[in-house]
Structure formats: structure tokens, C-alpha cells
Design a protein around this ligand. Sequence first.
Ligand code: GUN
Ligand code: ZN
Length: 490
Amino acid sequence: MSSRFDIIHKDAAGRIGRLKTPHGVVETPTVMPVINPNLQTIKPSEMKDFGAEILITNSYIIYRKDELREKALKDGLHALLDYDGPIMTDSGSFQLSVYGEVEVTNEMIIDFQQKIGTDIGVPLDIPTPPDVHFRRAEEELEITIDRLKEAREMVKGDGMLLAGPVQGSRYAELRERSARTLSEIGFDVYPFGAVVPLMESYRYADLVDVIAASKKGLDPTAPVHLFGAGHPMMFALAVAMGCDLFDSAAYALYAKDRRYITSRGTYHVDGLKYLPCSCPVCMSHSADELKKAPNCTELLARHNLYVTFEEVREVRQAIWEGNLLELVEQRCRSHPRMLEALKQLYKYSSWLEEVDPASKSTFFYCGPESAKRPELLRFGKQLDRFTIKGSALIRANSGKTDNQYDNVLMFKPPFGAYPQELAEIYPLNAEVLRTPDYESLEQAYMNTIRLAELNPEAEFTFIMQERFEHPLVKELEEMDNFTVVRLESE
Ligand code: GUN
Ligand code: ZN
């Protein structure tokens, strides 16, 4: 069913893709601005100017209001919003999660979405919040899956795409099982649901677990929507884990609270002395003018949208270039909770390693977390490809070849020792710290110990510089085929 999604380029689990909808092709990753059919300051027809390729609105809000419902049924959703590009509609599930009930059934809202000509429709799934008992999460998941099956029966052919939201609260087992079941039924887009409470409370590490578990049950080539994620600070992270679509009500909601979004976090407009952005709003106002403007909310919403799509382009370019994880590491240093998420992300490095392209742009070591990157895990797994016989010199600097030795190896943290012919080849051409940190050395020595173990017939001599001191050197010294020669100065 996901044949309507083509993947053009990949990095980590992230990808640039193209999703075909009845109203045109959407390039992913992208953000769908949330349109409130009742009050909308920035008109849908203007959204393309910010970079939007697809909008999202709520079919339940339209359904509930006679005037909107009649017009949508008569002229269609696109005429109602005066927008001719792709539009996704949500079902009222979010209202269900907030108010506990809604005035529609799954069947009614699916039928309505089809009738008004939605591009991507959503069944009435149950967003089970985090931290509920397993039994409740499982029961609600069963109801969700029944409704999704019902919706799938109703939606056939190549018209409206149908989304199959993955639920299961914070239970990895339920998320994965749910994703697997939905994949068997076959949907066009897979939103990961009920993550808003995690994001609202900055539980980004938990969000990483939820995304990883849900992705694990899905076909990796299926398009994924992270429901309710609209802050640009976390796009890079979520994209690196394989999320393709986001929706942002944040641009408008934050503006209402007088908050100014950036890819590093959020400012309160009243605390701004400078405007650090170059969008049309920020270039035509000083911070003081913005604060005092009678239409400050609208101006902030516009700025928030500009920076949201700026980050979308930044993320796409990073995928294109093959340095998405460098961007993720930068963004994750904006907030300690995001840093926790980065550390959590690299607990899934073996999964990322399976999907990550084998060669991409130069690896940049950006801090101790980089030592856990999937590329390093792959390098460690491939150490058995190096067969070393006879004497082997390990040194940090390339220079005149020493003819005394059968082999010359380079030592470069966080990789460790490797044949010097590979020095200019990816990933060993990495840009790394000249004075390595503890984690980088840890990784390098683990690999070097392993290399010495894999080649018991070889005799290694390591010319070690002071900057490479680490507790693991002692383990190397204790190996039968390893000699460490300490260089006092370079
Ligand atoms: N909006 C935010 N979260 C959710 C969700 O889990 N399901 C649906 N349908 N809409 C949402
Ligand atoms: Zn701006």
C-alpha cells in the first residue's frame, strides 16, 4: 500500500521522500501547518509562500458546525479552505482524548472525510496517554485496531489515502505489535499517536523509545507521521529515526502565548532584545516594534512558520549531504532533555546501523555522544576484515613509512587502529578531536583490543602519545601480542 511513497535519498533512518496524494506530490520530510477551520489568521492560500506543501485540518470540527459541514459537503474541503494542494484531515480523536467523548462514530467520520475530498483521512483511533496500566493500553489498542480495519474496508481504490495511527501508550511491546498488525492490514501513512503529552512534558527520551518501538514493527519504507510534533527543535531527531511528516499547531499556539520559536528553543517575545532571525517579519521589525505591534500574535505566527520551514529545509539538506546525525547532535544540545534523547537515540545504534547508508559525508566528531554513532558500531563489527600478520606498528601520525615493520597501522580515536591505506577512506577520514575525550578513547581502545584479539599471530607495537592516556591502555599492555611505547612529547 505504501507504493504511493518513494524514497529518494537516505541518512541514518531519515529519508527524503515523495508522497503522492490526489492533489499532488508532497516532498518529505515536511510539516503540515494545522488549519483551524473556525479562526485562521494566516490564510491557507498563503501557506505555500512559507514552504508548506500540505495542510492538515480537523474533519470533526468541520462536521460539528452546520455551516462548515454543509459547505464542505457541497463544494468540497479544498473549496472550503480555498486551497488547492494536498490536505490531511484528523478525525476528532484528539478531542476524544481531551474531552473523553465525541459526537461521531468511526464510520461516520471516515465517510465524511471521503465525501469532502480529503487527501489523507484518519480513522477515530484512541490516543492512549503515557503511563496508563498495560491492560488499559491493550484494550484501547484493540478498539483502535478494529476501527482501523473498519476504515480500511470502507476506503478502497486510489482516491483518499488512509492513515493507520500506531497506538500502545509507552509500551514498546504494544507499539511494535500495533505497527506490525497495521502493516499487515496496509495503510498509506502511519502516524505515531498520543505522543503530545510526552513532548509537552519534555520527555524526549521516552519519545525516542516510542518511535523506535513503533518503527520496528513497520516496513521501513512506509511513510510515518509524528502526530502533534510541531517544534522545529526536534525535527532533526525525529527525522533521523524515520519520521517523514509532522504537523504544527505550535506556530499559532506559541504565537498566542507570545512565544518566538527558533530551532534551538523558544523565547518569550517580551524577553527579546534582538531578533536573531532573518525572515521578513524579523527584518522589518525591531524586537521592540514586534512586542508592541497590535498584530503581534499574527507576526509571531508568521515568524514561527518561517523558522519551522527553514528547519525543514535544513534537515532535508543534511539528509542530502549525509550529515543528519551531526545536525541531530547540534539540535540535541539545545536542552538537557534533548541531550537525554540523543543518548537514548544511540542506544538504538544497531538498528540505525542496519538502515544507514554505507558511505556518506565526512564523519564529524561533535562530542562524547558521537562515540556511540551507528557508523562506529559498523566499524567495530567489521574489524574482522583486517587480517594482520607479522609485526605491526601502530602510530597516530602518518609519516615516513617504517620499513622495519610488516604492517603500519594508524591510531585515530574513536576508531582505534586500522591499516594506514584506509586513512583517507570513509569513515576513517573523519574529523575528530586532536586531544580526544574519554569516550572517544574508550571506543578506540575497545576496537584496538578486539583487533589484537582477532590477530593473535601478529605482534603490535603502539607508539602512544600522552594525549591518548586512558585506563584501557593497561589492558592492551597486558596482552601477549601487544607492546605500548610511551612517547613523552610529540
Ligand atoms: N493528534 C495528536 N495525537 C493524535 C492521535 O494520537 N491520534 C489522532 N487521530 N490525532 C492526534
Ligand atoms: Zn523571524
